[in-house]
Design a protein around this ligand. Sequence first.
Ligand SMILES: Nc1nc2c(ncn2[C@@H]2O[C@H](COP(=O)(O)OP(=O)(O)OP(=O)(O)O)[C@@H](O)[C@H]2O)c(=O)[nH]1
Length: 210
Amino acid sequence: MAHGTTPPSAAPGQPCVFKLVLLGSGSVGKSSLALRYVKNDFKSVLPTVGCAFFTKVVELGASSLKFEIWDTAGQEKYHSVCHLYFRGANAALLVYDVAKKDSFHKAQQWLRDLEKEFRPGEVVVMLVGNKTDLSEEREVTFEEGKEFAESKGLLFMETSAKLNHQVTEVFSAVARELLQRDDREGQAPRRDAAVVLNEGPTRQARCCAH
Ligand SMILES: Nc1nc2c(ncn2[C@@H]2O[C@H](COP(=O)(O)OP(=O)(O)OP(=O)(O)O)[C@@H](O)[C@H]2O)c(=O)[nH]1
């Protein structure tokens, strides 16, 4: 539904805008995580076509930021178009279903795609194992997820969009990391925009409040 949607741009006095993309196989729960986080709702959702778009302002103590959440379609037939949504991303959630080993491998493949598109450390990436409520059917252990995430320097959490377990925490942890990075970058000498690869308009416009 997001085709042609113009992302909000940052304005003076408004929170910084960060683009976050949700990536992962079909049916792992990307839309459900977004719906739970943005509307605190869980219901049967149809497979995403192309990409869906949500926004949410996050308050973190004295700081706040606005997430533009791009929920991509996980079905294989949309794989080639998903890359279009990476552009200008500040953060990515690599979602898998803890009850589907295949989806864990697919998340690793998505990471390789991200690595081709961005320089190391350019995007905050969190690996998210969803559907922890399906404990009887679990195929990926917490340790496997954590180990992989640590080996690649990713943030890691497990969630259940259905039970509203750790969903807000995922987005808050990413928000905290983004704000910390932004603070660090704010203190460092400014880079020459001409040599920064993969910087889309969102990234350039995002910072406004500090
Ligand atoms: N048990 C359980 N089911 C979930 C959870 N999250 C999502 N689901 C279900 O998993 C199915 C797929 O969820 P979606 O949110 O559509 O998954 P998606 O990753 O957005 O799928 P695509 O749009 O095809 O990429 C739906 O039937 C959801 O209700 C969860 O935490 N636990």
